[in-house]
Design a protein around this ligand. Structure first.
Ligand code: ADP
Ligand code: MG
Length: 476
């Protein structure tokens, strides 16, 4: 491949390589691909480029189009799961015995169910993540790693990385290849349009969209991109932390949510997906928002639909058919992206999973019900963990998944203060989708485009969130 040849050439020509890297970083600055620094995460006085790859990474066009085409079906699936209390109760019955965090979320879910949902407008903003499973015969298959139904990111200031990568390809003489990097410049605008739709349906001109954010705001500049889309439509955005909602938020007699005298039309969670995001006090804030009339992105049932346990249950025979009874082609399209997923619930099936994992741990990934990267268990550690929990209900906190093996590709990972050396890399392709439903009517269901993240294959066992840099696909 042409990029490969250029890369080999650059390895032997350090001066040219340095010039190219410098120019790539300068392009990133020109296009505003910026983040705050870890040293001063709450200040915009010093910013740096968001780590990214020097070159775009090859992604087979067929796999890319497959991920694009299936996204609206995943949106529909998440929505249908969120509306199916029997399914959620059954799927998560074991998990909530073993995992406190899921149990806490489920407690809120049950309370909202009991009280009766107040808001018929529902919205989801998902990212379905994939890796390409590479087989010895050279073929590769698109396999879903997970679906994120809360706080999915990767867009915002990075929307113009596709332009940087096109330019880098041109700089090394790959003019034709530069046309094969898909455009991503409109994805945040389209995601903003989905939030705007939720706000519009809520129907209160003066009401605001509340971004629920964290204390350490390193990616604030990316949030600002969505905020700008909303302000451009004359929709006011406020940013608040859980603690602030807890202290200053309230519901009126109609369950309208107010904070600091402002009515909230939409709560957009950019936080709240990990146990340490909560304290006793702030669990109350989550409950307050869930019980309210505000449109939640996502609501608690949609959040639960994105758990790894639900993902595993969906892969069982016949389960997708429950959600798409008359659409075998949709079932087929979704199922084609599933890797092997195995239950660890108590019983003979779970026992079989334990035996299988202990016999060949390198074939699998053991996953707890956690988000945000760095929680999965690999290799011999799978045996250590399973030996400890295999005879108790604790094992139901996990699921087991086939390990996916993408083909490594050489690239340079540009990261501030890190040595730039040629690196074997693995990529993860995410597809962003959004939907808005009002009662029985789907008002919007779209795929907003992709996010590609790439990490060193040395970190094949680490999550992309922690170790990956931004990338763009070069369709081949
Ligand atoms: P999280 O919610 O923490 O992001 P993921 O399921 O996405 O959890 O896993 C984190 C990372 O672990 C992924 O980004 C990927 O790099 C790696 N990973 C997860 N599942 C697999 C798998 N089945 N095969 C290979 N790598 C995986
Ligand atoms: Mg992930």
């Amino acid at each position: 491949m042409a990029v490969k040849a250029v890369l080999q050439d650059l390895i032997t020509n350090p001066d040219r390589l340095k010039d190219l890297m410098d120019e790539a970083k300068e392009l990133a600055f020109q296009h505003g691909i910026l983040m705050r620094t870890h040293e001063t995460p709450n200040s915009s006085e010093v910013v740096t480029y968001i780590p990214f790859t020097l070159f775009p990474s090859p992604v087979p066009k067929a796999a890319y189009l497959q991920a694009l085409a299936v996204q609206t079906h995943f949106n529909t699936l998440v929505d249908k799961i969120s509306r199916d209390p029997d399914f959620l109760e059954e799927a998560l019955a074991g998990t909530i015995q073993a995992d406190d965090f899921t149990a806490k979320l489920f407690g809120i879910y049950r309370q909202v169910q009991r009280e009766g949902q107040t808001q018929s407008i529902v919205m989801g903003l998902n990212r379905s993540d994939y890796m390409l499973d590479h087989r010895e015969d050279g073929t590769s298959f698109l396999k879903q790693i997970e679906i994120n139904t809360i706080a999915a990111g990767g867009f915002g200031v990075s929307d113009r990385l596709s332009l940087v990568h096109r330019h880098v390809l041109r700089l090394v003489g790959l003019l034709e290849e530069s046309e094969s990097v898909p455009d991503t410049t409109s994805r945040t605008a389209r995601l903003g349009a989905a939030l705007a739709k939720g706000w519009e349906l809520y129907g209160q001109q003066k009401a605001v969209i509340l971004f629920l954010v964290e204390e350490v705001q390193i990616s604030k500049l990316s949030h600002r991109c969505i905020e700008r889309e909303l302000w451009n439509r004359n929709i006011a955005v406020i940013r608040r932390r859980f603690e602030e909602v807890s202290r200053r938020g309230s519901l009126d007699g109609d369950k309208k949510l107010f904070i600091d005298g402002l009515e909230v039309a939409v709560v957009y969670y950019r936080y709240g997906y990990m146990p340490d995001h909560y304290t006793e006090e702030t669990w109350d804030a989550r409950l307050l928002m869930e019980r309210s009339l505000a449109v939640k992105c996502p609501d608690i049932s949609t959040h639960l639909a994105g758990t790894k346990k639900v993902q595993q249950v969906l892969a069982k025979p016949g389960v997708l058919e429950r959600f798409f009874p008359d659409q075998p082609e949709v079932v087929e399209q979704i199922r084609a992206t599933f890797a092997g997923l195995y239950t660890l619930d108590m019983g003979p099936e779970g026992d079989q999973t334990v035996a299988m994992a202990l016999a060949a741990p390198d074939r699998f990934v053991l996953k707890p019900q956690r988000e945000g990267g760095g929680n999965n268990i690999y290799g011999s550690e799978i045996c250590d963990v399973l030996q400890g929990v295999k005879d108790s209900a604790e094992r139901m906190a996990y699921i087991l998944m086939d390990k996916i093996h993408p083909a490594p590709v050489q690239n340079y990972l540009l990261r501030r203060d890190a040595p730039h050396r040629v690196t074997n890399c693995l990529s993860e392709l995410g597809m962003l989708g959004a939907y808005v439903r009002q009662g029985e009517d789907m008002m919007m269901n779209e795929c907003m485009g992709h996010v590609l993240r790439t990490k060193s294959s040395e970190h094949s066992d680490g999550g992309v969130a922690a170790v990956a840099v931004l990338d763009e696909p070069l369709l081949v």
